[in-house]
Design a protein around this ligand. Sequence first.
Ligand SMILES: Cc1ncc(COP(=O)(O)O)c(C=O)c1O
Length: 380
Amino acid sequence: MPNTIPFFKTTITSTEKVLVQDYLQSTDSASSKKYIELCVAWFKSNYKLEEFYLTKSCTHALELAALVADIQPGDEVIMPSYAFVSCANAFVLRGAVCVFIDIRPNGMMMDETKIEAAITPKTKAILTLNYAGVAQDYSVITAMAKKYNLLVIEDNAHGLLAKQNGRLLGSFGDISTFSFDHLKNITCGQGGGIAVNNLALLERFYLAYEFGTNRRSFFNHQANRYEWKAIGSNFPLSELNASMLYAQLLEGENINAAFVRGWDQYFSALKPLQQKGLIELPIVSNTDEHSGHCFYIKVKDKETRKALIDYLTEKDIIAQFHYVPLHSSEFGQKVGRFSEDDDFTTRESARLVRLPLFHSITAQEIDRVVQEINSFYQLV
Ligand SMILES: Cc1ncc(COP(=O)(O)O)c(C=O)c1O
């Protein structure tokens, strides 16, 4: 009986133990910010992000982004419906209306050409999602945002170290967010990050990030009182989590390379099935260096997807589907609306299957998944 190939295994390298142990043994563990500062320095030097901060999750970073963007009840935020629920909740928490945009027929990204028609006088921001670590077309999106004076909030949960035209994803938004949860390429168990790339937003950011207080100004001797100033929360990541995160950031390029290697192996091995018209492979534009965060195929329809996932499960291989479009839920309809027609979101998401891909997956395991997919197609 072959071993089960899980859908995902959390990335663990050899260095986390050493750095976490170092944190546990430090005499000033209650006040130390050594690893937080090392992580931030890593982002500043590798990412050239001037203002980067760690958060407890990407969900938190998105909620913080909504505060920093000063989203008010009735404001509208444009976003893909094919997205994680936190992308919408962050704004709904502030009373905003979600305006969902269809995805492109190729790939699973929001269709940039449909944004302009969705803009109204109430539109405040565009949320972009670099799905599977592949970039949106930021030349179109930033031009649109500039024309209508909108903020771009870039959800880069999937795209750490991925690039568009040589520029790192996570540097395109006025605010960009990151995830280091246990299902991401690089993880500290649960964690996130936020880059404030539009420096005009910094004042509001500082207040919201630290409990809604002027703590930062107070400690920098720019204020003589430490007081409550605005809505905020306890957003910063703990030093303990940061010690694990720093270990993985040091290995960041190698970790992503392992994901991309697995991704490339699936892509070449499954090409014959695409050539026979049985499946579709992901589309990555030539200008993108993606992160290999997830590998998906598209099958004929929802029924074929169920049959394939069931078949693979019988063979001890765990494959999964992904987001259920946000506008398809009762709650999504209450707090949002779909702009124009849903030509592709429902149809394409229903036929998407994600295959096992993780840092420690072996070439033999990927071969086994591909062989079983081939066997499935010999049977149908
Ligand atoms: C696109 C996207 N954004 C945000 C999140 C939330 O990330 P976190 O678990 O760090 O809150 C996820 C979670 O998978 C995600 O896929």
